[in-house]
Design a protein around this ligand. Structure first.
Ligand code: SF4
Length: 194
């Protein structure tokens, strides 16, 4: 388990080590103070896998959601957070979702879950990768998108995601395993930094 992800330092971890899918959801949570159910599930389980304790998770979500849902946070939303940590309902310790589960999950209007490499158009992706959420240069962003838009080939999501990882950390042939899980991305990134 990764140590050190807390309510206080989570924004730094997002900037340094979150994969694109989780950057997008977490940034939208900070910006709009809300995420719809599927986004809350995907991001919440990822954060749990990234080492965020139940107490800190509650703090992060409460701080944002109460601005939009007020008292409903304690009545409805807190239950789902405890549920993710296996403390409610069937008491299952739910695992964070893999890329295989995220990629087919397309977001509707006002939703931000799923894999941006799958659901965003090329121009939107370029803008996203160069925005403060990701912080890539124009050349880095084009390089990340190359595996997605090869003529006559299917989109290689995991290759694009690894290219994003390399844009953050520099090329390292010893860590070239494909990205198949957002928490794998995070853990490889965390290890590269510590
Ligand atoms: Fe997230 Fe996986 Fe898509 Fe990367 S490939 S952005 S880790 S869902």
């Amino acid at each position: 388990l990764i140590q050190g992800v807390t309510a206080r330092n989570i924004d730094l971890h997002c900037r340094d080590s979150f994969p694109p899918c989780m950057r997008r959801m977490f940034s939208k949570l900070r910006e709009t103070h809300h995420l719809k159910h599927t986004g809350r599930m995907q991001l919440g389980l990822f954060l749990k896998g990234a080492g965020l304790s139940l107490e800190d998770s509650m703090q992060v979500w409460r701080e944002e959601l109460t601005r939009v849902v007020g008292d409903k946070f304690d009545k409805e939303y807190a239950y789902n957070i405890r549920h993710n940590y296996g403390l409610e309902g069937k008491r299952v310790n739910y695992s964070p979702y893999s890329c295989a589960k995220l990629i087919p999950t397309l977001p509707g209007t006002g939703e931000y879950h799923g894999c941006p490499f799958r659901y965003m158009e090329r121009d939107e992706l370029l803008e996203f990768l160069k925005s403060a959420q990701c912080g890539l240069s124009d050349a880095q962003a084009h390089n990340v998108l190359e595996p997605l838009f090869r003529k006559g080939e299917p989109k290689h999501y995991h290759v694009a995601c690894r290219a994003f990882w390399h844009a953050l950390h520099g090329a390292d042939p010893t860590t070239d395993e494909p990205i198949v899980h957002p928490n794998q991305f995070f853990e490889l990134s965390y290890r590269a930094r510590h």
